[in-house]
Design a protein around this ligand. Structure first.
Ligand SMILES: C[S@@+](CC[C@H](N)C(=O)[O-])C[C@H]1O[C@@H](n2cnc3c(N)ncnc32)[C@H](O)[C@@H]1O
Length: 208
């Protein structure tokens, strides 16, 4: 299945034409991979699975991993290419559950240690972005991490081609991102090895 064909069919939800690179996947999953003990992880918007692949490679039998994806074709592909082969490996496996639907609508257990989000926030109206963030923060343990990414200079480039309403929306999304960084002791990591290059944003210790 081609990521590109799904992206062209539904550009609002997909928000890019290329899947993320392994370099971006390694960066966005870094704190999860470095943590010992049982880990509970949530991935939102896995798409064709570049982050899923890295997460499954690092999963241990006492971990729990939930994925939420709105696109039915991506869900079928994730199940057959990644989840079924992982679960049919010999030995004990972690609990892995794929939820098909919008993150705003699915019912999930809470208190995740790590939330990895691939949603294209710059495509969404600022009110939707804010409400999804609130939900992700509620789902993440107070000592947990929430990581997401955005393409470098994406708002500057968009700002140059949209009208004044579009620019006002971009400004609101930008201001929201900056306030989250400040409030949650956030860090940005530049990942050159992605098309296009991107920043991973990691908010640490959500409740502290
Ligand atoms: C930018 S793509 C990222 C895909 C993948 N994580 C990657 O980095 O290549 C965004 C993904 O989020 C999914 N998505 C968009 N809105 C969603 C929502 N409200 N709930 C769940 N998934 C959503 C899209 O279908 C798409 O697979």
């Amino acid at each position: 299945m081609s990521f590109i064909s799904e992206a062209l069919k539904n550009s609002y939800h997909t928000g890019s034409v290329w899947p993320s690179s392994r370099a971006l996947a390694l960066s966005i999953t870094k704190s999860f991979r470095e943590k010992s003990g049982p880990r509970k992880i949530l991935e939102v918007g896995p798409g064709s699975g570049p982050f899923t692949k890295v997460i499954l490679e690092s999963l241990r039998s006492d971990d729990e991993y939930h994925l939420v994806e709105i696109n039915e074709a991506f869900c079928k592909d994730l199940q057959t290419r990644f989840i079924d082969p992982y679960l049919s490996q010999p030995g004990e496996s972690a609990k892995v559950e794929l939820h098909q639907g919008a993150i705003e609508e699915v019912t999930l257990p809470s208190a995740f240690d790590f939330t990895v989000c691939g949603l294209p926030f710059n495509n969404f109206p600022p009110t939707v972005t804010r409400s999804i963030f609130r939900q992700l923060l509620d789902l993440t343990r107070t000592t947990g991490d929430l990581a997401y990414f955005e393409y470098a200079a994406v708002r500057k480039m968009r700002g140059a081609v949209v009208g004044s309403d579009g620019r006002a929306k971009i400004k609101r999304i930008d201001a929201h991102g900056k306030s989250m960084l400040k409030r949650f002791n956030g860090h940005r990591e530049f990942v050159f090895g992605n098309l296009p290059p991107a920043y991973v944003i990691r908010l640490c210790g959500i409740g502290s």
